[in-house]
Structure formats: C-alpha cells, structure tokens
Design a protein around this ligand. Structure first.
Ligand code: MRU
Length: 331
C-alpha cells in the first residue's frame, strides 16, 4: 500500500497531513497562510527534517505569490522576512536552512519564481529517498530484525522516507524483515506514526517503549539499528530525535551495528562537530502530559531537549544518496 507523504502540492495548493492527529484521524489540510505554516511546523503537524524543508519552501513561495503585486525591491525585502520567519520555526534540522538558502539564491538573482524552486526541492527529495532506500536496503539482510526510532518515513519526507524508506525497499525486494519501533517519548512519533506507516505497508512491526530497547537487544537477536538524521556535522556526529544517542550506546554495548540513513540535505559540512549543533528545547507540557493527560505533578521541573547528538564513533556507517560512508567520516 502506498503511504501518503506528509506534504503535497496540488493544483497550486499546499496540503499537509496533520501528523498530530495520527493514528486516530487522517486529516489532510490546506495551508493558506504563512502563520498557519509556521504554526504547523512548530506544533509538529508537519515534521521530519525533509518534509519541513519542502513545506516551508512552498509556504514561502505561496506567501510571496500572494504579494506579487509589490514592486520588486519591496517584494524582495518581504521575501527575506518570510524566509527568516520560517527559518526560526525549528532550529536543529539543517534541511530547512538548505532549502531557505536555495530560495535566497533565487532572490539574489532577481528571480521571483520561488514556486518552481519549491517544486524542485520536493522532487529532488523524492528522488533522494528512492536512492537512499536502495542503498540502505543493502545493509539489511533477509530476515533482519531491526530497531528504529522516531519516524523517518513518507510522512517525514517528500518520498518513501530515509531509514523507513530502506525498510520499504528491503520489503519490496522480498526480504522478510521485522521492525521494532521505539515509541519515542515525549511526542510518540514511533508509536503514532512509524507503527502506523509500517503496519499499512504490511511490514511486521513490534512497538516497544523506549526503555525496553536494552532488554530487547539483550534477549532477542537484533541485527541492526537504523535511524534518520536532522543534522550531520563534518566529522559524522549526528543529531537526531532524542533517544537516538541512548540506542547507539546500547548498540555499541551489544555489538549491534548502528546505521544512519539521511540525504545530503541533512549534512552540515560547516559544523566541525556535533557539539556545535543547536538543540531545540521544547515545552515542559510535552513531558508533563501524554496526549493531553497530566502524568506528573503540575509544577515539577522538566527538561525537554527534542534531539540528541550521537558521536561519530558510535555510528558503523552513514548512508547518503551518494555513497555509504564509513569511519573516519569527513563530509
Ligand atoms: O521532531 P521531529 O519529529 O521533526 O524529529 C524527526 C526526526 O528526528 C527524524 O529522525 C529526522 O527528522 C529524519 S526524518 C527523515
């Protein structure tokens, strides 16, 4: 079954699947204002590094299309402001910065065709996912039992996904695989989105809470861990959803290969190491509650970093569309 991508552009209109409503409700909404786009990204209605980049590109392009009556100097100033606003929505994933840089390059060239750039970003991401899926699948043996974290599938990209795209490709190649999906507290992307996607795709999926990963690695034969990325530094240090670092440490302990699958749009060669990656801190309410229900004393102090950084030495290989990179990494 084909899994819908999180973001689509049809007949000049921008749509997104509200990922906060899944798995209960599949709701595809049209995004008609810049404010709605900013809010959708901030609230994780649109999430996943590549999907955010595509969505923000179309949102900026449509906003500036609504302002096409402006004279060019004014139009350009406002376009820069729109890009700045979208860039401020989520700081950790670099895909958004790459996409906004491409829009800025159009502006610098005096080119107003932001919609065609957004469409190119979307199409390229789709193709990157196909290439990643093929490469990632080569690391997945037939019969493999794989642990993954967060959601890196069609919902998170403009194509089939990255790590999950590799699972789709492996399954399409006839490999009978089992995926253990970590639930991914606090916002449960693994439970709500990954298990929904994989189940629809007919891939055997076992949902575990994050705290079960060590026990599962110790007591069941796990062949590999495969995750996505939000920002990969020059030296291979990789930011991804909070909890990824813990899985990498455990994988090292149990001698299980730990793989990252991500497009080159997730690479930030300007950052020497992961220590320089800005980690988004989100609201305390996400930790104090589950699905809106209070699960802790109301005033308890909370930390809520949305991502962590896995050091390169814990990563057996990083798959990009160009090649499978092995240590020592140099991007
Ligand atoms: O906060 P989220 O849900 O946007 O975090 C998403 C992740 O960490 C993904 O692993 C990453 O963006 C890669 S998606 C192909």
């Amino acid at each position: 079954m084909r899994i819908p991508t999180g973001v689509t552009f049809e007949d000049g209109k921008l749509y997104y699947v509200d990922q906060t409503k899944l798995p209960g409700t599949f709701e595809k909404k049209e995004c008609t204002t810049l404010e709605e786009a900013e809010e959708a990204i901030r609230q994780l209605r649109v999430r996943g590094a590549p999907a955010i980049a595509t969505f923000a590109s179309f949102a900026a392009a449509l906003e500036m299309d609504r302002k096409r009556h402006l004279a060019h100097p004014q139009w350009k100033v406002e376009a820069e402001q729109v890009i700045d606003r979208l860039l401020a929505t989520r700081p950790t994933a670099v895909n958004l910065s790459h996409a906004m840089k491409r829009l800025r390059e159009r502006l610098a060239a005096g080119d107003r065709s932001l919609l065609s750039e957004a469409a190119a970003i979307q199409e390229e991401d789709k193709q990157l996912c196909d290439a990643l899926g093929k490469s990632g699948s080569t690391l997945i043996p037939a019969g493999a039992r794989v642990i993954t974290h967060c959601n890196t599938g069609a919902l998170a990209t403009a194509g089939i996904g990255t790590a999950i795209g590799s699972f789709y490709t492996a399954a399409a190649e006839g490999k009978d695989i089992t995926v253990y999906a970590c639930e991914t507290r606090p916002l449960l992307q693994g439970a709500r989105l990954t298990s929904w996607e994989l189940d629809r795709a007919g891939i055997r999926t076992i949902l575990i809470t994050d705290s079960m990963a060590a026990f599962i690695m110790k007591t069941e034969k796990i062949d590999l861990v495969m995750v996505g990325a939000d920002r990969i530094a020059h030296n291979g240090d990789t930011a991804n959803k909070i909890g990824t670092l813990g899985l990498a440490v455990l994988a090292q302990h149990f001698g299980i290969p730990f793989y990252v699958v991500a497009p080159s749009t997730s690479v930030d060669p300007n950052l020497a190491s992961g220590d320089l990656i800005h980690i988004e801190e989100r609201s305390a309410a996400e930790v104090r509650t589950i699905a809106g229900i209070s699960t802790s004393p109301e005033h308890i102090a909370v930390r809520n970093p949305a991502f962590d950084v896995t050091p390169a030495e814990l990563i057996r290989a990083i798959v990009t569309e160009k090649q499978i990179h092995f240590p020592p990494y140099s991007f």
